[in-house]
Design a protein around this ligand. Structure first.
Ligand code: ADP
Length: 378
């Protein structure tokens, strides 16, 4: 998998000309593009006089455009060289040129005590909702938490965390996670064009995923929560394989058809020797205005499936309007307060799930004899 010159030119056509109208391709600022495997060189030429600050700003925009493209198509960008030339093709001395932030970016080995994948057999069962709320729940208990949206088929984190108005920043060759709701988050949804769905294959997903892990300035984390794509196909399998996971949380709704797919997801993780930290039964039941509890999908189905599979059960989350509304509004912390969560029901349910998850995390680290404080993935 490699980037083509055409792909790069298309990405650069989205960068506006900082000193005039149009984009930098139209206005001939982009003079030269070469791409071979993960190596990209770009030469830019600014018309007339340009200040180092303008060149610096432009270099950052070009770097961001190329890096997001590389992540979007799953290419590991090993070297990115951006230089400014004059009309004779000679290098223009500038501060940004000396910095060359794209060259050999520092690798960020993931430094996290626990790496937790959230998976599901089916789409739409609430996997992202659970991933977001356990990440926020762990952060509210004082853990340093990272949240990575790896659901390339339907990245929901931009909406569920309210990232829509934020731009993905790149600093010195590293993606900067977004600091929101007490956690650090990165979503693949911020790097691919939502109107141009990509056809992902295993190796491509692997490349994109590895970059999100390796090239993000995560810092030191207690827990990294990863929202995986649903199912047991090539893509979630490759992603789960490319990480040193502490364990997986499986989200399942109570119906038989959802259980059957969740069983397959559990088996996939078990085959990869990834411990199942537990099953969450989502959309377990519904409490009507009459105060009655309605077991719409057959409450307890996922709990029984967990028992049958001999894996822990972390708890039930009911169907609740506030949970859905807080997901749509990107306000997950509201789910932890009765006044903004439509009553006690959701905060209590989430607290129980996070409590049980913390216990399973502690057990998992004891079982694997994890005396070393960190897991390093590089
Ligand atoms: P998945 O990641 O499995 O595709 P999502 O977490 O995106 O599922 O959830 C799908 C939709 O269902 C979202 O609109 C979400 O807000 C809503 N949802 C999930 N769980 C619940 C629940 N327990 N009560 C109400 N709405 C829910």
């Amino acid at each position: 998998m490699s980037l083509s010159k055409q792909d790069i030119l298309e990405a650069l056509a989205a960068v506006p000309n900082p000193v005039g109208g149009g984009d930098i391709v139209d206005s001939d600022i982009v003079q030269w593009v070469t791409a071979c495997d993960g190596h990209v060189a770009i030469k830019l030429s600014m018309p007339g006089q340009s200040t180092p600050a303008v060149r610096d700003g432009l270099q950052k925009s070009v770097e961001r455009a190329v890096r997001t493209l590389a992540i979007g198509v799953g290419v590991d960008l090993e070297q990115l060289n951006i230089s400014f030339v004059d009309h004779a093709g000679e290098r223009v001395e500038s501060k940004s040129q000396a910095a060359q932030p794209g060259d050999q970016p520092t690798k960020s080995a993931l430094d996290a005590k626990f790496v937790i994948a959230v998976g599901a057999g089916k789409g739409g069962v609430g996997k992202s909702t659970v991933a977001v709320n356990i990440a926020v729940g762990l952060a509210r208990r004082g853990s340093a938490v990272g949240l990575l949206d790896g659901d390339i088929y339907g990245p929901s984190l931009p909406t569920m965390l309210g990232l829509d108005t934020l731009d993905q920043q790149v600093h010195e060759g590293q993606l900067q996670p977004m600091a929101v709701h007490g956690l650090k988050a990165i979503s693949i949804g911020k790097m691919v064009d939502p109107d141009k769905p990509l056809i992902w294959r295993g190796p491509m997903a692997h490349g994109a995923f590895k970059q999100l892990i390796d090239r993000t300035a995560w810092g030191s984390l207690d827990a990294m929560v990863i929202d995986l794509p649903p199912g047991t196909g090539d893509v979630p399998l490759t992603m789960a394989q490319s990480l040193q996971l502490t364990g997986a949380v499986i989200v399942c709704t109570p119906q038989k058809v959802a259980q059957d797919d969740a069983v397959r997801a559990i088996r996939m993780f078990q085959q990869l020797e990834v411990e199942i930290l537990g099953v969450v039964e989502n959309m377990s039941f519904f409490i009507g205005d009459d105060g009655k509890e309605y077991d719409i999908f057959g409450r307890g189905g996922a709990e029984m499936m967990a028992q049958r599979m001999n894996v822990p059960y972390l708890g039930a989350i009911p169907i609740n309007m506030a949970l859905r509304a807080n997901g749509d509004a990107g306000t997950p912390t509201n789910n932890f307060d009765a006044s903004t969560a439509g009553g006690e029901q959701i905060p209590r349910a989430l607290d129980q799930v996070v409590d049980n998850l913390e216990k399973q995390m502690a057990l998992a680290s004891m079982r694997t004899g994890q005396h070393r404080p960190t897991l390093n993935i590089s």
